[in-house]
Design a protein. Sequence first.
Length: 69
Amino acid sequence: MTAVQWLIEQICGKHTDAWKKEIEQALEMEKEQIEDAFNAGVNSEDFFYPSTGKLECEIYYNETYKPSA
């Protein structure tokens, strides 16, 4: 769970409809920041993430932070 996801749960709980657009935008912004940081780390010689033909940063984000449905 990311910090933004935690904050949404704390403030909104199950009543997120009133802020749906803003919440989705915040989550997308956070995802982009995490993916940018991942890509910066991948460019380091000390890090290896197996290539799958997909965007590795998106795979990492989904495996690590994507909320389960």
